[in-house]
Write a new protein. Sequence first.
Length: 247
Amino acid sequence: VGRPLRRAPQGPPYPAFDRAPGALAVFPAPQPHTPEGFVVSTAAMDANLLLAAYSQGIFPWSEAPVRWYSPTPRAVFLPQSVHLPRNLGKLCRRGGFEVSFDGAFSAVMHHCQQAHGRANQWIGPAFVEAYGALHRMGFAHSVEVWQAQRLVGGLYGVHLGDLFAGESMFHLVDNAAKAAFAGLLHELDAQGVRLMDAQVLNDNSDRLGAFEVARQTYLQVLQHLVPPQQLLQPRRWGRSGEAAAPI
């Protein structure tokens, strides 16, 4: 889930993008001849700008300044086609894993930030603040995996309409990330999510069954998954804030 473990592409120095106060921004088209799909840069970001970006197939990948991207090809999952080990249930029981939703969003972000050192340096203070606000609004969500009451794995992302955009994941013990992903799939099925955005293909997402589509195809599908009337409808995930339960 999320982006390859490498430094965010810097992009050329295009003029910063301004938006009207209080309005959801309309982003410009991606700049031509940039394989990562660089769109624009801004001096800062907030939850409303994130909402606007994800609804237009755009995400941030650096801060100071914030650089926004819409890559082509785009990596996606069909939830029903994800490849998980057949013995995952046994592995989870053996590990004593319990899963919760939205129980430790800030801690999950912190672990994702630390998991790969400089490779995940795009998760900076501005990201933590903006996605934290988006979480409090009901649009960003986390899955936590616990072992003996210790947080050992998890992931977070953005849920709009029938789309879930995965941001990052981490694990501190074997199979904890797989357990988080299994918990995610269960919740996405309950929510009726039809597509998972993995943004850019990497080895992990490839093994799990992600595939690539052209940017234009992704944007066309996105219009059906996140119609305007659903854009500002937050979702409460199944066991949000409740005690962790065995997977």
